[in-house]
Design a protein around this ligand. Structure first.
Ligand code: MF3
Ligand code: CO
Ligand code: CO
Length: 264
């Protein structure tokens, strides 16, 4: 993740847009099937098939041995939850669904939170956590422009989370990342930081921002059982939202913006 940060040409950016829009359209569609009783394996099958229908490839499948085409991270799972036919969603669960499509050699990576059974089904503290995490991502995207620094992104997230007055934990071990012809390129995008620190952002850079915010401790535990599933150390809830972003002269473009006219 260290080294030169690639600047994409216009034709590369066009390809990034196609991959990212496939990912966004899948995240739009998968919302329709997230319901109590549905297994995370069913979500995997749905996402896998939709990626293939778009002439794309699921980036996570066999990535360093990861066995599935999507990550499904429920409740206290922070990230990298593995879909399973034995795991049915329950009313009131919160789930992060993280999709990465490869199209024409370019990667599009995004994730969103879904409320199982709808807004009325989840606890007030869960709903707030999900909202605040989305707001934290948007606060970070708002400061991105040519000339800003990578450290400004983490600083914006920290500042927003502090402004909520909640004692949330910001996960440190997993970060955003440059993305393009590789899943994970430089720069590493920390979700904490100091204004003015880190490499300067330049128009044409593409990277993800993907804060993971915990209701309790920031500490996480990696499953010894499967080597992938990351949980909060206190088993309290965790939320995450992720976009692939393009730096422009005046700001940032959310390449994985919903195509449904939603505000994500
Ligand atoms: N999509 C994840 C990210 O945002 C990476 C998942 S890698 C996997 O960076 F192997 F766990 F699928
Ligand atoms: Co992702
Ligand atoms: Co990512």
């Amino acid at each position: 993740m260290s080294g030169m940060i690639p600047i994409k040409t216009d034709s590369e950016i066009d390809k990034m847009k196609v991959a990212c829009q496939i990912t966004a359209s899948i995240l739009d569609a998968v919302g329709e099937i997230v319901k109590p009783g549905v297994t995370t394996e069913h979500i995997n099958t749905f996402v896998h098939n939709m990626i293939l229908e778009n002439g794309a490839t699921p980036a996570t499948l066999n990535y360093h041995g990861y066995p599935k085409s999507v990550c499904t991270s429920v409740n206290e799972v922070v990230c990298h939850g593995i879909p399973s036919e034995y795991h049915s969603l329950k009313e009131g669960d919160i789930i992060n669904i993280d999709v990465t499509s490869i199209k024409d050699g370019y990667f599009g990576d995004a994730s969103r939170m879904y409320l199982v059974g709808g807004e009325g089904a989840v606890s007030a503290e869960a709903l707030e956590l999900v909202q605040h995490t989305k707001n934290a991502l948007n606060a970070a995207i708002d400061i991105v422009r040519d000339g800003a620094h990578v450290g400004d992104i983490g600083a914006a997230i920290q500042e927003y989370i502090a402004s909520t007055g909640k004692r949330y934990g910001i996960v440190k071990e997993y970060t955003g990342h440059g993305i393009g012809t590789q899943f994970h390129e430089p720069p590493q995008v920390l979700h904490i930081g100091r204004k003015g620190s880190g490499p300067k952002l330049k128009s044409g850079m593409t990277f993800t921002i993907e804060p993971m915010i915990n209701l309790g401790t920031e500490k996480t535990v990696l499953s010894k059982m499967d080597g992938w599933t990351v949980r909060t150390a206190d088993n309290k809830l965790s939320a995450q939202w992720e976009h692939t972003i393009l730096v422009t002269d005046t700001g940032a473009e959310k390449l994985t913006q919903s195509l449904n006219g939603q505000d994500y």
